[in-house]
Design a protein around this ligand. Structure first.
Ligand SMILES: [Zn+2]
Length: 125
């Protein structure tokens, strides 16, 4: 069952990962702030009692919300990966707002089934 606590945990993971990426590539201070925020989210998530059970529909509506991401010169996307088995990735396509659920972790490459855009492709460079 999904609940608010998991939302916090997922937010925490996302922030920690973003923080790590920022530390490596952009700005150590900014990465540090995001990383700490992520850890705080994680701690809050762990301490919040599982009080709010959500229906499958509610989960689908929450994760992630239908939104169009800004166009930053390349296709934007967002990937959320669940923490519990079964592992599922939810992929939000920035250009068209389509949400796709993928079994397993983030795939090495992904093409949006709705608009056909290649959102990412991991290549060894
Ligand atoms: Zn799309």
């Amino acid at each position: 069952m999904k609940n608010r606590r998991e939302n916090f945990l997922i937010s925490g993971i996302v922030l920690i990962v973003l923080g790590a990426l920022f530390s490596l590539g952009v700005n150590i201070a900014m990465g540090g702030v995001m990383g700490i925020s992520g850890i705080l989210c994680f701690v809050i998530g762990m301490s919040v009692p599982s009080e709010m059970e959500m229906s499958p529909e509610a989960i689908a509506n929450w994760q992630p919300s239908m939104e169009r991401l800004p166009d930053a010169g390349r296709f934007m996307y967002r990937v959320d990966v669940t923490l519990d088995e079964p592992i599922k990735s939810t992929i939000l396509c920035g250009p068209c707002g389509e949400i796709t659920t993928h079994d397993g972790g983030k795939p090495p490459k992904f093409t949006c089934p709705s608009c056909g855009r290649l959102l990412w492709k991991d290549e060894e460079e």
